[in-house]
Each structure stands twice: as structure tokens, then as C-alpha cells.
Design a protein around this ligand. Structure first.
Ligand code: SAM
Length: 444
């Protein structure tokens, strides 16, 4: 399918020296890439060449069947577009001097960029990943849970409803956009695209950015990105943020070998990945700083009772979770990791009634502790846990939520494949009852 005529005409005026190279690049074959987990990834699972601008990125020779790779389900890697991984480079610059940054990813699903932020924050920060579309929110939660770095909360709110004014050190807006950069990946979209998309997306982007600025602390950083080249959604947004809110554009050094196109405008600069220069899809990003000013102390209304575990409960849990891991539980008996020991802990406590907040590691049912998937994903199991290594065929059956016949001692076991944690099961006689989350099962 040809590229839309109106789009080609705009490229000719926007990129007079490059449009002839750009157009054939849209028909080049797509190169699959993945973001690898810093500790769970094993190079025996898949191999590829590094993505120059992100140490965790890998460009693959061919697209494997991710659905049938147990390492994929274990969160050892995530299928992610290589060019968009440039966001990590800007993010690193934003957080480099902030102690325990609190980060909001305002348009987060399905979560590729959230995984980058969560990884770069590690134990030193918190990420609130927000998504307004409920179905996309559950996919986001699944991706973050599988990745298993326990510094993340999820929210599902329209930006103007989020109450945490002036709360975040960094707000990332990966805006819903006209998606011109994706014409290669989504060929059918070429037929659907209209010239009017860019101005109408710009209206929504203004609304989102206005809220993003409100949610930012004075002196905080705004990370803005799109997968389009339309100036209305890129350069014009930079101008808007500068003129309307006095945000200062921050220049980020780009390595010349990365072939990043630096876009200059009156308000500063942004960084563009063009399809003929780089291996992935079209991408634009820029970094801005909110003016310094007074920060009010934020008071959160706690709507959940969070209590420490009793000594008896803790000793029950120790059979499943390492003793050094801090835990709390709520009134429903749900047990969560308590790892966020810094300024933003209050937010977590305010949000905890939503079982999707924080990392759920199990549940008390009367006196019995039922170990949760969070233990498997974060790798915090105690040495006492019995592991059951499955063959490839059996682990796929496990991931399909089928019942498997096994020879093992009765009780809970942590299912592994090639020493990678997959999930829980309970051996009863010769049968392995399957505790893998139903909504994550392989359906094909
Ligand atoms: N950051 C994501 C990633 O890396 O996987 C991709 C985000 S996608 C480009 C934009 C997201 O914004 C979509 O998930 C969409 O549902 C969400 N969105 C749509 N309208 C929105 C609005 N008014 N406010 C905030 N987010 C919105």
C-alpha cells in the first residue's frame, strides 16, 4: 500500500533533502528488537546485536515466536521498538541528580517505556504508570508485573483527575499521536491516516501537557515523546510548553554514530529518529524543565489500613519469601512488598486498597499463606522454597494453565524453566495444580 499522498507532499516540504530516502525506507523490512531485563535475561534464550543508545536493547536477526518462549513470560525480555528506547537516554539525564525520584508515566500502556523507567530507577525511585483505557491498563500491569522490578504502581485516571499536584520529579508524556512514524509497522494505517489527525491530536496533547505541568514539582523534568513527524505535535508542543508555562528546553548530548536527527526550533531542540537512518520506527522526543519555585508539602488521604505482619504470620511467610524482604499487609490479608522506603511511600499507602498497587506477593486465607506470582517475578523466594524444573513441553502446558502430572512431594512448588522462575503450583498426589494467573495464560 502506498504512503498517503498528503503525507508524502508534507515530507517533501518538511524534509527537502531527505524525503527521497525516507519514502523507500517505509517499505524496508522491520527489524525486531527487545528490551532485556538487567538480571533475568539469559543470552541463551535469544541473541542479537546491541541497540547503540540503550544498553538493554537488542536487535534480533529474525522475529522469534515470543508466545512460545517461557523466558518471555518470565519477564526476561520485552518486545520493544528499538528507536523508542532512546527515551532512556533522556530519562537518565533527567534523574541523574535527583535523590529517590518520583516519576509519573502519564500515557503508559502497554508499558515499554515504563519498563525502561522502572529499570533505570531500580531501588532508588518510584514509578507511577498511568493508563486511561481500562483494557490497556491491565496489559500494562501484566507487563510491569512480569518484569518484576518492585518500584511501580499503576493508576487508571484521566490526567485532569490525578490529585497529586506538584508531586513528581519527572513526568513522562508519550502522547497519543497521529502515528506517522509507524507506517512501516502498521501498513493498514496508511489507508486510515488523514491530514486532519495531527491538528486534532495536538488539541489532546495540549490538554495532557497542561496536566503534566501541574503534576510536576517546580524544577521537575517533563519528558515528551511521539511516534510522529508532524510539526503540530512536536516542535509546536515544545513552543507551547515554553511560551505557556515557561518550561526550559534541556539539551541532551547525542552520539553522532546514533544518527539522531536534531530538530531545532525557537523553543529549543528535540530528537528525531528517521526511518532511513535508524533501524526502527519514527520517533520524536524532547526534555524540558519546569521553573524552580515553592513546593507545598503534599498530604495524602490514607484510605487503607496497612499493618505489619504479626511474628506468627511472618514466620509462616518466611517459608516462601526471604527474611530480609520487608512486607506489609492490608485489611483484606493481601501481602505486599514494602520496599519503597523514601519520600514517596505515602503515595503507595494511599493507593494500596487497589490490589494493583505495589507488588502483591501473596495472601493470607485464615492462617494459611498462599504465595503469589509477585514472588516468582521479583525473585525474592526463600531458600526453603521447593523448585520444580519443567521440560519445555511441560512448561508450555503449565503456561496454558493445563494440569500436569508430576512426581514430587506434595505442597507448593515454584515452577522453573532453565532455572528461570515461572510461577506457582501445588503438588497433590501426582498432579500439579496450576496457580499461574488465569489472565496471563497462553491462549493459542
Ligand atoms: N508509553 C507507551 C509505551 O511505551 O508502551 C505507549 C503510549 S501510547 C503512544 C499513548 C497512550 O496514551 C495510549 O495507551 C492511550 O490509551 C493513552 N491515552 C489516550 N488518550 C489519553 C488521554 N486523554 N490522556 C492520557 N493518556 C491517553
Amino acid at each position: 500500500m502506498n504512503l498517503p499522498e498528503a503525507f508524502v507532499n508534507r515530507l517533501k516540504t518538511q524534509f527537502p533533502d531527505q524525503w527521497e530516502l525516507m519514502i523507500p525506507a517505509y517499505d524496508r523490512e522491520i527489524q525486531t528488537s527487545v528490551l532485556t531485563h538487567p538480571t533475568k535475561f539469559k543470552s541463551t534464550s535469544i541473541q542479537g546485536n546491541p541497540v547503540a543508545w540503550n544498553a538493554l536493547g537488542l536487535l534480533l536477526e529474525e522475529r522469534p515466536k515470543f508466545t512460545f518462549d517461557p523466558h518471555y513470560h518470565a519477564g526476561a525480555y520485552y518486545s520493544q521498538e528499538a528507536n523508542s528506547m532512546l527515551i532512556g537516554h533522556l530519562f537518565k539525564q533527567a534523574i541523574q541528580e535527583i535523590e529517590n525520584p518520583a516519576v509519573l508515566d502519564l500515557c503508559a500502556a502497554p508499558g515499554g517505556k515504563s519498563l525502561i523507567y522502572s529499570t533505570l530507577l531500580g531501588e532508588n525511585g518510584v514509578l507511577v504508570a498511568n493508563e486511561v483505557v481500562p483494557q490497556r491498563l491491565s496489559i500494562l500491569r501484566e507487563n510491569l508485573d512480569k518484569w518484576g522490578i518492585p518500584n511501580v504502581f499503576t493508576l487508571g485516571m484521566y490526567p485532569n483527575k490525578i490529585p497529586f499536584t506538584h508531586a513528581f520529579d519527572v513526568v513522562a508524556v508519550d502522547a497519543p499521536c497521529s502515528g506517522e512514524g509507524l507506517f512501516r509497522k502498521q501498513v493498514d494505517y496508511r489507508g486510515e491516516w488523514k491530514e486532519s489527525f495531527a491538528p486534532s491530536c495536538a488539541v489532546r496533547q495540549h490538554e495532557i501537557l497542561q496536566e503534566a505541568v501541574r503534576l510536576l514539582k517546580p524544577g521537575g523534568y517533563l519528558l515528551y515523546s511521539t511516534c510522529t513527524f508532524a510539526p503540530e505535535e512536536n516542535e509546536d508542543m515544545l513552543e507551547y510548553l515554553s511560551n505557556e508555562f515557561q518550561l526550559e528546553n534541556i539539551s541532551v548530548e547525542m552520539h553522532s554514530g546514533w544518527k539522531v536527527d536534531v530538530v531545532k526550533c525557537a523553543a529549543g531542540e528535540g530528537y528525531r529518529m528517521l526511518p532511513h537512518n535508524t533501524p526502527g520506527e519514527g520517533f520524536f522526543c524532547t526534555l524540558l524543565k519546569k521553573p524552580e519555585g515553592h513546593t507545598e508539602k503534599i498530604r495524602f488521604k490514607f484510605n487503607s489500613k496497612i499493618v505489619p505482619l504479626t511474628a506468627k504470620e511472618r514466620s509462616t511467610v518466611n517459608a516462601f519469601i526471604r527474611e530480609d524482604i520487608a512486607l506489609v499487609k492490608n485489611e483484606k490479608g493481601l501481602v505486599f512488598l514494602d520496599t519503597l522506603q523514601h519520600t514517596f511511600k505515602d503515595l503507595w499507602r494511599a493507593m494500596l486498597p487497589n490490589a494493583n498497587a505495589g507488588t502483591l506477593v501473596g495472601e493470607f486465607m485464615k492462617d494459611k499463606f498462599i504465595p503469589g506470582q509477585g514472588i516468582a517475578n521479583t525473585g525474592i523466594e526463600s531458600n526453603d522454597v521447593r523448585k520444580l524444573e519443567l521440560s519445555y513441553d511441560n512448561v508450555i502446558r503449565y503456561l496454558k494453565k493445563e494440569v500436569i502430572q508430576v512426581e514430587a512431594e506434595s505442597g507448593f512448588v515454584l515452577v522453573t524453566f532453565e532455572q528461570q522462575n515461572i510461577g506457582w503450583g501445588k503438588v497433590v498426589g501426582t498432579r500439579l495444580n496450576n496457580n499461574y494467573p488465569n489472565e496471563w495464560r497462553i491462549r493459542s
